[in-house]
Design a binder for this molecule. Structure first.
Ligand code: THU
Length: 138
């Protein structure tokens, strides 16, 4: 299995893909469009946007859309996830938990809508002590 290293070119591409994805967000209720882009260990990219619903709790965050797209195409290992919002907001707790299922080392890059990096951290820093597969003997 190919091991993708996060070069500076790949980092920039990942953030740029999240900037582009954000333009397709469906966020008519919050008016807070979010774009995400995920890089898998095998070198594939998956984008995601937040998808809201008139029944508000049915909405899904951009990060989980990107992760679920990747999982549904056979990917299980992630190098980095970029998230783009207007103001550099960081992934919500639910998305952190979903990411934790697939590894603690995933690098999370948070950028604003112009693609300027405002924060970066490993998932282990964003969700220390996460409940995960190991707790269920996996
Ligand atoms: N949202 C995301 O898509 N990702 C985040 O990291 C934070 C919040 C979405 C959910 C909702 O559609 C809107 O942003 C406002 O909360």
């Amino acid at each position: 299995m190919m091991e993708t290293m996060l070069t500076s070119e790949l980092r920039s591409e990942l953030v740029q893909r999240a900037v582009e994805a954000r333009k397709l967000a469906y966020a008519p209720y919050s008016n807070y469009p979010v774009g995400a882009a995920l890089l898998t260990r095998s070198g594939r990219f998956f984008s995601g946007v937040n998808v809201e619903n008139a029944a508000y709790p049915m909405s899904l965050c951009a990060e989980r859309v990107a992760i679920f797209k990747a999982i549904s195409e056979g990917e299980r290992e992630f190098v980095a996830l970029a998230v783009v919002t207007s103001n550099g907001g960081t992934p919500c707790g639910a998305c952190r938990q979903v990411m934790a299922e697939f590894g603690q080392d995933t690098l999370v890059l948070v950028a604003d809508s112009s693609g300027r990096l405002v924060h970066e951290a490993r998932l282990s820093e964003l969700l220390p002590g996460a409940f995960g597969p190991r707790d269920l003997g996996k």
